[in-house]
Design a protein around this ligand. Sequence first.
Ligand SMILES: [Zn+2]
Length: 322
Amino acid sequence: MLNLAGNRLTTILFHRFFFEEESAERSRDRLKRQCEWLRSHFSPLSLESATGAFQTDQLPPKPLLITIDDAKIELLRVADIFAAFDLPISIFVCVGWSAKESPDEDSSVARLVNQIEWYAGAPKTIDTNRGKIAVGASKLETRKAVDLILADTGGPQPDLEAILSILQNEQDGHDRRISCSWAELADLKASGASIGGHSVSHVNLAEASPLRMKFEIAETQRILAGKFDTCEVFAYPYGMSNTFSAATTKQLSQQGFRYAFLTHSDYPDSETDPLHLPRISMPDRAMSHPEFCVRAAGAGVLYRKLRQARVLKQKLGPDWLT
Ligand SMILES: [Zn+2]
Protein backbone atom coordinates (compact mmCIF):
# COMPACT_ATOMS: atom_id res chain seq x y z
CA MET A 1 0.00 0.00 0.00
CA LEU A 2 1.04 3.57 -0.70
CA ASN A 3 2.17 4.76 2.73
CA LEU A 4 2.64 8.50 2.87
CA ALA A 5 1.77 8.74 6.54
CA GLY A 6 4.62 6.55 7.76
CA ASN A 7 3.82 6.18 11.41
CA ARG A 8 2.09 9.53 11.71
CA LEU A 9 -1.59 9.69 12.61
CA THR A 10 -4.07 9.36 9.74
CA THR A 11 -7.35 11.06 10.69
CA ILE A 12 -10.29 10.36 8.40
CA LEU A 13 -13.39 12.55 8.33
CA PHE A 14 -16.82 11.26 7.31
CA HIS A 15 -20.01 13.35 7.14
CA ARG A 16 -22.48 11.11 5.33
CA PHE A 17 -22.90 7.42 4.59
CA PHE A 18 -26.05 7.23 2.45
CA PHE A 19 -26.53 8.78 -0.96
CA GLU A 20 -29.66 9.44 -3.01
CA GLU A 21 -28.45 7.65 -6.10
CA GLU A 22 -28.17 4.23 -4.47
CA SER A 23 -29.94 1.86 -2.07
CA ALA A 24 -29.23 1.88 1.66
CA GLU A 25 -28.04 -1.71 1.39
CA ARG A 26 -25.45 -0.77 -1.22
CA SER A 27 -24.23 2.15 0.93
CA ARG A 28 -23.86 -0.14 3.93
CA ASP A 29 -21.97 -2.70 1.81
CA ARG A 30 -19.59 0.03 0.66
CA LEU A 31 -18.90 1.08 4.23
CA LYS A 32 -18.29 -2.55 5.25
CA ARG A 33 -15.62 -2.86 2.54
CA GLN A 34 -14.09 0.44 3.62
CA CYS A 35 -14.03 -0.63 7.28
CA GLU A 36 -12.54 -4.01 6.41
CA TRP A 37 -9.79 -2.28 4.44
CA LEU A 38 -9.09 0.27 7.20
CA ARG A 39 -8.98 -2.50 9.79
CA SER A 40 -6.43 -4.50 7.81
CA HIS A 41 -4.15 -1.54 6.94
CA PHE A 42 -4.15 0.59 10.09
CA SER A 43 -4.08 0.50 13.89
CA PRO A 44 -7.37 2.17 14.86
CA LEU A 45 -7.31 4.38 17.95
CA SER A 46 -9.87 6.05 20.17
CA LEU A 47 -9.93 9.86 20.29
CA GLU A 48 -8.35 9.83 23.75
CA SER A 49 -5.51 7.49 22.68
CA ALA A 50 -4.83 9.39 19.46
CA THR A 51 -4.78 12.89 20.94
CA GLY A 52 -2.77 11.71 23.93
CA ALA A 53 -0.07 10.13 21.81
CA PHE A 54 0.44 12.01 18.55
CA GLN A 55 2.83 14.53 20.10
CA THR A 56 5.03 11.77 21.48
CA ASP A 57 6.53 8.69 19.92
CA GLN A 58 3.91 6.50 21.53
CA LEU A 59 1.67 5.90 18.54
CA PRO A 60 1.40 2.34 17.21
CA PRO A 61 2.42 1.66 13.59
CA LYS A 62 0.02 3.19 11.04
CA PRO A 63 -2.26 4.82 13.60
CA LEU A 64 -5.78 5.72 12.49
CA LEU A 65 -8.49 7.94 13.94
CA ILE A 66 -11.99 7.92 12.45
CA THR A 67 -13.97 11.13 12.96
CA ILE A 68 -17.58 11.84 12.00
CA ASP A 69 -18.87 15.43 11.99
CA ASP A 70 -22.41 16.72 12.58
CA ALA A 71 -23.84 13.61 14.34
CA LYS A 72 -26.53 13.14 11.70
CA ILE A 73 -29.16 10.51 12.50
CA GLU A 74 -27.97 8.31 9.65
CA LEU A 75 -24.99 7.58 11.88
CA LEU A 76 -27.33 5.33 13.89
CA ARG A 77 -27.74 3.12 10.79
CA VAL A 78 -24.00 2.50 10.41
CA ALA A 79 -22.62 2.50 13.97
CA ASP A 80 -23.00 -1.32 14.02
CA ILE A 81 -20.63 -1.61 11.02
CA PHE A 82 -17.83 0.33 12.73
CA ALA A 83 -18.41 -1.76 15.87
CA ALA A 84 -18.33 -5.04 13.90
CA PHE A 85 -14.85 -4.15 12.62
CA ASP A 86 -13.75 -2.90 16.03
CA LEU A 87 -13.14 0.62 14.70
CA PRO A 88 -13.62 3.32 17.38
CA ILE A 89 -15.47 6.40 16.13
CA SER A 90 -15.21 10.01 17.32
CA ILE A 91 -18.35 12.07 16.81
CA PHE A 92 -18.25 15.87 16.64
CA VAL A 93 -21.58 17.29 17.69
CA CYS A 94 -23.16 20.56 16.63
CA VAL A 95 -24.89 21.18 19.96
CA GLY A 96 -27.67 23.40 18.59
CA TRP A 97 -28.71 20.62 16.19
CA SER A 98 -28.71 17.89 18.84
CA ALA A 99 -30.40 20.16 21.42
CA LYS A 100 -33.18 20.76 18.89
CA GLU A 101 -33.85 17.00 18.79
CA SER A 102 -34.06 16.78 22.57
CA PRO A 103 -34.99 20.21 23.93
CA ASP A 104 -34.42 21.00 27.58
CA GLU A 105 -34.28 24.21 29.62
CA ASP A 106 -30.51 24.18 29.76
CA SER A 107 -30.24 24.61 25.99
CA SER A 108 -32.74 27.44 25.32
CA VAL A 109 -30.10 29.91 24.09
CA ALA A 110 -28.33 27.31 21.95
CA ARG A 111 -31.62 26.21 20.38
CA LEU A 112 -32.71 29.78 19.69
CA VAL A 113 -29.39 30.76 18.10
CA ASN A 114 -29.54 27.63 15.96
CA GLN A 115 -33.17 28.26 15.00
CA ILE A 116 -32.42 31.83 13.90
CA GLU A 117 -29.30 30.75 11.98
CA TRP A 118 -31.08 27.98 10.04
CA TYR A 119 -34.58 29.50 9.86
CA ALA A 120 -36.18 28.40 6.58
CA GLY A 121 -39.62 30.05 6.80
CA ALA A 122 -40.80 33.32 5.25
CA PRO A 123 -38.89 36.46 6.33
CA LYS A 124 -40.30 37.74 9.60
CA THR A 125 -39.72 40.52 12.12
CA ILE A 126 -40.37 39.65 15.75
CA ASP A 127 -40.80 42.10 18.62
CA THR A 128 -38.85 40.89 21.61
CA ASN A 129 -38.11 42.51 24.94
CA ARG A 130 -34.58 42.99 23.60
CA GLY A 131 -35.82 44.86 20.49
CA LYS A 132 -36.92 43.80 17.01
CA ILE A 133 -35.21 40.88 15.33
CA ALA A 134 -35.45 40.08 11.63
CA VAL A 135 -35.17 36.45 10.58
CA GLY A 136 -34.99 34.82 7.15
CA ALA A 137 -34.16 38.13 5.46
CA SER A 138 -30.40 38.30 4.92
CA LYS A 139 -27.21 36.91 6.39
CA LEU A 140 -26.43 40.31 7.90
CA GLU A 141 -29.87 40.61 9.58
CA THR A 142 -29.54 37.04 10.88
CA ARG A 143 -26.17 37.85 12.43
CA LYS A 144 -27.60 41.00 14.02
CA ALA A 145 -30.57 39.04 15.39
CA VAL A 146 -28.32 36.44 16.99
CA ASP A 147 -26.03 39.10 18.47
CA LEU A 148 -29.04 40.89 19.96
CA ILE A 149 -30.14 37.68 21.67
CA LEU A 150 -26.60 36.99 22.89
CA ALA A 151 -26.12 40.53 24.23
CA ASP A 152 -28.60 39.65 26.97
CA THR A 153 -29.02 35.98 27.73
CA GLY A 154 -29.66 36.60 31.40
CA GLY A 155 -33.36 37.45 30.90
CA PRO A 156 -36.22 35.08 31.64
CA GLN A 157 -35.98 31.81 29.70
CA PRO A 158 -39.71 31.81 28.81
CA ASP A 159 -39.00 34.81 26.55
CA LEU A 160 -36.48 32.77 24.60
CA GLU A 161 -38.87 29.82 24.37
CA ALA A 162 -41.61 32.18 23.13
CA ILE A 163 -39.39 33.42 20.26
CA LEU A 164 -38.43 29.83 19.52
CA SER A 165 -42.02 28.69 19.24
CA ILE A 166 -42.90 31.59 16.90
CA LEU A 167 -40.02 30.59 14.62
CA GLN A 168 -40.87 26.88 14.79
CA ASN A 169 -44.52 27.54 13.90
CA GLU A 170 -43.48 29.73 10.98
CA GLN A 171 -41.43 27.03 9.37
CA ASP A 172 -43.72 24.08 9.95
CA GLY A 173 -43.09 21.50 7.30
CA HIS A 174 -39.42 22.42 6.95
CA ASP A 175 -38.61 20.76 10.24
CA ARG A 176 -37.42 17.20 10.02
CA ARG A 177 -35.08 15.16 12.13
CA ILE A 178 -31.46 15.70 11.15
CA SER A 179 -29.19 15.00 14.11
CA CYS A 180 -28.86 12.50 16.93
CA SER A 181 -30.56 13.40 20.21
CA TRP A 182 -28.66 13.51 23.50
CA ALA A 183 -30.02 10.06 24.42
CA GLU A 184 -28.85 8.61 21.09
CA LEU A 185 -25.41 10.16 21.56
CA ALA A 186 -25.26 8.80 25.12
CA ASP A 187 -26.00 5.31 23.74
CA LEU A 188 -23.23 5.71 21.15
CA LYS A 189 -20.84 6.85 23.87
CA ALA A 190 -21.83 3.90 26.06
CA SER A 191 -20.91 1.58 23.20
CA GLY A 192 -17.44 3.12 22.86
CA ALA A 193 -17.76 6.27 20.71
CA SER A 194 -16.03 9.50 21.77
CA ILE A 195 -17.87 12.82 21.70
CA GLY A 196 -16.34 16.17 20.73
CA GLY A 197 -17.67 19.65 19.97
CA HIS A 198 -18.53 21.14 16.57
CA SER A 199 -19.96 24.57 17.62
CA VAL A 200 -23.55 25.50 18.48
CA SER A 201 -24.99 26.43 15.10
CA HIS A 202 -22.35 25.41 12.55
CA VAL A 203 -21.26 28.93 11.63
CA ASN A 204 -17.93 29.99 10.18
CA LEU A 205 -16.27 31.02 13.45
CA ALA A 206 -13.67 33.22 11.74
CA GLU A 207 -16.48 35.35 10.25
CA ALA A 208 -18.63 35.49 13.39
CA SER A 209 -18.73 38.55 15.66
CA PRO A 210 -16.49 38.27 18.75
CA LEU A 211 -19.61 37.84 20.92
CA ARG A 212 -20.99 35.08 18.70
CA MET A 213 -17.63 33.32 18.30
CA LYS A 214 -17.12 33.21 22.06
CA PHE A 215 -20.68 31.94 22.60
CA GLU A 216 -20.36 29.20 19.95
CA ILE A 217 -17.21 27.84 21.59
CA ALA A 218 -18.05 28.41 25.27
CA GLU A 219 -21.61 27.06 24.97
CA THR A 220 -20.39 23.98 23.11
CA GLN A 221 -17.99 23.32 25.96
CA ARG A 222 -20.58 24.01 28.67
CA ILE A 223 -23.33 21.83 27.20
CA LEU A 224 -21.15 18.89 26.14
CA ALA A 225 -19.17 18.83 29.39
CA GLY A 226 -22.52 18.84 31.22
CA LYS A 227 -23.89 15.94 29.15
CA PHE A 228 -20.76 13.82 28.72
CA ASP A 229 -18.50 14.81 31.66
CA THR A 230 -15.57 16.20 29.68
CA CYS A 231 -15.06 17.85 26.33
CA GLU A 232 -11.51 18.58 25.27
CA VAL A 233 -11.67 18.14 21.52
CA PHE A 234 -13.28 20.39 18.93
CA ALA A 235 -13.75 20.16 15.16
CA TYR A 236 -14.13 23.46 13.34
CA PRO A 237 -17.31 23.81 11.23
CA TYR A 238 -16.21 23.60 7.57
CA GLY A 239 -12.57 23.54 8.71
CA MET A 240 -10.91 25.21 5.72
CA SER A 241 -8.25 27.91 6.03
CA ASN A 242 -10.83 30.74 6.13
CA THR A 243 -12.76 29.25 9.07
CA PHE A 244 -10.28 29.75 11.91
CA SER A 245 -8.08 32.55 13.19
CA ALA A 246 -5.75 33.47 16.02
CA ALA A 247 -8.83 34.68 17.93
CA THR A 248 -10.73 31.37 17.52
CA THR A 249 -7.66 29.40 18.54
CA LYS A 250 -7.23 31.54 21.67
CA GLN A 251 -10.91 31.19 22.55
CA LEU A 252 -10.83 27.40 22.19
CA SER A 253 -7.88 27.26 24.53
CA GLN A 254 -9.53 29.61 27.05
CA GLN A 255 -12.69 27.48 27.06
CA GLY A 256 -10.80 24.29 27.87
CA PHE A 257 -10.39 22.69 24.46
CA ARG A 258 -6.97 21.08 24.14
CA TYR A 259 -7.26 19.81 20.57
CA ALA A 260 -9.07 21.04 17.46
CA PHE A 261 -9.39 19.52 14.02
CA LEU A 262 -9.46 21.36 10.69
CA THR A 263 -9.96 19.79 7.26
CA HIS A 264 -6.68 20.32 5.42
CA SER A 265 -5.14 17.05 4.24
CA ASP A 266 -1.99 16.33 6.19
CA TYR A 267 -0.54 14.35 9.08
CA PRO A 268 0.28 15.86 12.48
CA ASP A 269 3.70 15.48 14.06
CA SER A 270 5.32 16.73 17.24
CA GLU A 271 5.55 20.23 15.72
CA THR A 272 1.85 20.49 14.84
CA ASP A 273 -0.26 22.92 16.86
CA PRO A 274 -2.77 20.67 18.69
CA LEU A 275 -5.48 23.27 17.98
CA HIS A 276 -4.83 23.02 14.21
CA LEU A 277 -4.93 19.31 13.50
CA PRO A 278 -5.33 18.13 9.90
CA ARG A 279 -7.82 15.52 8.64
CA ILE A 280 -8.40 13.62 5.43
CA SER A 281 -11.95 14.54 4.44
CA MET A 282 -14.01 12.01 2.47
CA PRO A 283 -16.30 13.51 -0.20
CA ASP A 284 -20.06 13.27 0.37
CA ARG A 285 -20.79 11.00 -2.57
CA ALA A 286 -20.80 7.32 -3.47
CA MET A 287 -17.07 6.66 -3.95
CA SER A 288 -15.60 3.60 -5.64
CA HIS A 289 -13.57 1.37 -3.34
CA PRO A 290 -10.25 2.15 -5.10
CA GLU A 291 -10.92 5.88 -4.74
CA PHE A 292 -11.60 5.44 -1.03
CA CYS A 293 -8.36 3.46 -0.54
CA VAL A 294 -6.26 6.01 -2.44
CA ARG A 295 -7.78 8.87 -0.45
CA ALA A 296 -7.36 7.10 2.89
CA ALA A 297 -3.76 6.31 1.96
CA GLY A 298 -3.09 10.04 1.61
CA ALA A 299 -3.51 10.99 -2.05
CA GLY A 300 -4.97 14.33 -0.93
CA VAL A 301 -1.94 14.97 1.27
CA LEU A 302 0.36 14.31 -1.68
CA TYR A 303 -1.73 16.54 -3.96
CA ARG A 304 -1.62 19.35 -1.39
CA LYS A 305 2.18 19.05 -1.05
CA LEU A 306 2.63 19.11 -4.83
CA ARG A 307 0.37 22.13 -5.13
CA GLN A 308 2.34 23.93 -2.40
CA ALA A 309 5.58 23.04 -4.21
CA ARG A 310 4.17 24.39 -7.50
CA VAL A 311 3.15 27.66 -5.81
CA LEU A 312 6.63 27.87 -4.28
CA LYS A 313 8.22 27.18 -7.67
CA GLN A 314 6.17 29.99 -9.22
CA LYS A 315 7.31 32.33 -6.45
CA LEU A 316 10.97 31.34 -6.73
CA GLY A 317 11.12 31.34 -10.51
CA PRO A 318 12.34 28.73 -13.03
CA ASP A 319 15.80 28.29 -11.50
CA TRP A 320 14.53 27.11 -8.10
CA LEU A 321 16.08 23.66 -8.39
CA THR A 322 19.47 24.71 -9.71
ZN1 LIG B 1 -19.96 19.97 10.09
